[in-house]
Design a protein around this ligand. Structure first.
Ligand SMILES: Cc1cc2nc3c(=O)[nH]c(=O)nc-3n(C[C@H](O)[C@H](O)[C@H](O)COP(=O)(O)OP(=O)(O)OC[C@H]3O[C@@H](n4cnc5c(N)ncnc54)[C@H](O)[C@@H]3O)c2cc1C
Length: 432
């Protein structure tokens, strides 16, 4: 049985683990902290705009379980907020144990506090991952899903340290670019010609610290929009966010809160003294470990060049997904790239043709489009998401944005791909 090693337990790593296991591999997931989901522990927004289509495509392709868990732990369904329709808001305080239990029940070995620091190579093939305690974890194929946050040095040099990040590098050790250790030059995201990386997006307020009226409305509707007085409007902050899908004027003109278990503040970072001058926020506090008065941990400093199979170029047996695979933003984007990477890792191990998702599907087009974009000089200045900005506009223009479940299912079926990720390739190849 092929052994697939996945490095990084964020949404992309969980997606890759799920798909590799379903395809029949023996799967080990290495995670440097004590929790799964990485940035997914601070997010929560799914199914907004084109993410709805991508989630339904993944379900029709046979790898929808993580979307089902997110839906099942949602505090709110079908929420509309400025520029965004039909969002699901999962509860960030409840989802991690559910995902963990699900992956363990599938028989995936998850190793926590297992930080990858280097690789063992034979020519252009990785034979093992070296952990910080010198243990070598051997495997046939590897998937890097270490995200793009950190290490601390980058967050301090280009941002304000660990603000908004939950990956706790000071406690669990920094992120390491595994593809670089394997000899592949990183792609670096840009903010301006002389500034690297991009700042993290929204932050969280403690719900109990808000006024009763705001808290009640938030819990009832999932969203609260409060117009700001002119003196507190800082439009210049919009261009600094990773999440270009929320860089709309409404996000500077108003406080927009979403209920994800915390009160997720969609307005870019806000000085606490200013925030407390607004009615209902007199006692507001940011949730630890966020330091949102200042804003900014840094992401997109080390991505890997890859093909549309999600294989890292220049290494025989390394795949990548999520933020590691390009300037992509979002849980949905991480899961969708992760499932393809995990599935193809098994095909690679079996030496059979790998799967490329067709461009008639939003997921297939997204994977190919981002790959084309990062090769252009301006491509590394942009972030790509099904939920807004450039890529959502493209989805609408090309007719890829569908919200009818049956139509999406029918399309996947017409392409001959229904349930493709459900196939146990290892068993089926053995019978051939
Ligand atoms: C504050 C904030 C709010 C956000 N809100 C949303 C939202 O509401 N909706 C949405 O769709 N997106 C949101 N995003 C973006 C989204 O969370 C990310 O794009 C996505 O979750 C990235 O997933 P990933 O798996 O690629 O990477 P990550 O989530 O960064 O996961 C990487 C994992 O790898 C582990 N790791 C790193 N290095 C090593 C190593 N050397 N060895 C072992 N393990 C390692 C890390 O600990 C981590 O668990 C938000 C991001 C931030 C920062």
């Amino acid at each position: 049985m092929p052994r697939v090693i996945i490095i990084g337990g964020g949404w992309a790593g969980c997606g890759a683990a799920l798909a590799a296991k379903k395809a029949g591999a023996d799967v080990v997931l290495l995670e440097k902290t004590d929790m799964l989901l990485g940035c997914g522990l601070v997010g929560g927004i799914m199914r907004n705009n084109g993410r709805y289509t991508a989630a339904e495509e993944a379900i029709a392709l046979g790898a929808g379980e993580l979307f089902d868990i997110a839906d099942a732990t949602a505090r709110h369904h079908n929420v509309n907020f400025p520029g965004h329709s039909h969002a699901t808001l999962y509860d960030v305080t409840k989802i991690e144990p559910r995902v963990r239990e699900f992956l363990l029940n599938l028989g995936i070995e998850i190793r926590f506090q297992a930080r990858a620091v280097d690789v063992k190579m034979k020519g252009k093939t990785i034979t093992g991952i070296i952990l910080s305690d010198d243990e070598v974890v051997e495997g046939d194929v590897f998937v890097e899903t270490t995200g793009s946050s950190g290490p601390v040095g980058n967050c301090l040099k280009y941002g304000h340290g660990c603000c908004m990040c939950v990956q706790r590098c000071p406690a669990f050790g920094p992120r390491v670019s595994i593809s670089k250790k394997a000899g592949v030059e990183d792609l670096v995201g840009k903010r301006s010609p002389d500034l690297c990386g991009a700042m993290s997006g929204s932050c969280k307020l403690n719900k109990e610290s808000l006024g009763d009226e705001i808290r009640r409305e938030l819990e009832e509707k999932g969203v609260v929009v409060i117009e700001l007085p002119e003196k507190f409007i800082h439009k210049e902050k919009l261009s600094m966010k990773v999440c270009q899908q929320y860089a709309l004027e409404e996000y500077a003109r108003s406080i927009i809160l979403l209920d994800t278990g915390y009160a997720k503040l969609m307005t870019p970072f806000f000085k606490l003294e200013e925030l407390r001058k607004i009615k209902g926020f007199e006692n507001a506090r940011f949730e630890d470990p966020y330091a949102a008065s200042k804003g900014n941990s840094i992401r997109y400093m080390s991505m890997a060049p890859r093909d549309d199979f999600m294989k890292v170029q220049g290494v025989e047996n390394l795949f990548c997904a999520g933020e590691k695979s390009g300037p992509v933003v979002g849980h949905t984007e991480a899961i969708c790239t992760g499932i393809l990477a995990g599935h193809n890792a098994v095909r690679k191990a079996l030496k059979i043709e790998m799967l490329k998702l067709p461009r008639e599907l939003a997921i297939g087009d997204f994977i190919a489009f981002v790959n084309e974009e990062v090769k252009k000089p301006e491509g590394l200045y942009r972030r790509y998401t099904f939920a807004g900005a450039l890529y959502f506009e493209r989805m609408k223009k090309l007719g890829l944005y569908l919200t009818e479940k049956e139509a999406i299912k029918e399309k996947v079926s017409r392409l001959g791909l229904s349930g493709i990720f459900n196939e146990n390739i290892v068993v089926n190849e053995g019978k051939r």
